[in-house]
Design a protein. Sequence first.
Length: 295
Amino acid sequence: MPDGTSKRIDGRAISDEITKGISKQVQILKEAKITPGLAAILVGENPASKIYVKNKRKACQDTGIYFEEYNLPLDTTQGRLYSLIDKLNSKNDINGIIVQLPLPKHLDEKRITSRVACDKDVDGFCPKNAGLMLQGSYRLLPCTPAGIMELLRHENIKTEGKFSTVIGRSNIVGKPMAILLLHADSTVTICHRKTKNLKEICLKSDIIVCAAGKAGLITGDMVKKGAIVIDVGMNRDSNGKIVGDVLFDEVSKKASHITPVPGGVGPMTVAMLLKNVITATFLQNPHVPLKFNRY
Ligand code: ADP
């Protein structure tokens, strides 16, 4: 690779490989007369959420996973959502349930996502799955951090002894990402909105995972030469184009590896969701031997 250019990590190609493996697992389950099923709940008309759900539906169709979609109006009550989740929790042909976030402000996201049965919690949000992850017993992991670990593994990037920085502390991305890197023997720093010396911390980092949701947050002068930069951001610039949190053109001159947006972390998140649906299906059918590398 010429000096001053980094390797662009192709999340789409890596996710395609994983998806092929998932199609095979679906076949194994179908031979045991089980069709894995995913239900997605969408409240309101958020355009980004609609695209995400559409991508998930397509990924299920491509791999042979049964998919159900519930589109509820913006004024849906907490009680109505609870009763739908309860119904799906006891539905035999549904093995995974996702509630597409963000939910409208009048709904309590934590309570609603916690209502999903832990065995069907393919987003890895429920307190049991999150607690087990914290202890290092991986069951159903949050999809984006799991996808990033998979990207690093695929690119043969060692995390052991590395100084890794996670920017963002959400329960969905930042916090679980930090835990997974910690368990992979990195020395981990978590930065957030109140962090004062972000540039200084980034300049020391071997691995940077940015999940802040702020376009242009990471500039070329914040990254040391040879660092690995993973961009989780999905923002729209002034022309409506999707961009990450990292200024790709500047940072790719410094980093040894960098993920693009789109085509980096995004497709991996969907692939990990499918993987979780398969894992959940095996969890709910313990008589079928697990021929699957979980985490
Ligand atoms: P996601 O679901 O992608 O993790 P959230 O909006 O829930 O996104 O969280 C964004 C996170 O990014 C928060 O933890 C916030 O503290 C962090 N963040 C936002 N802006 C900055 C910033 N300028 N510098 C550092 N961290 C930031």
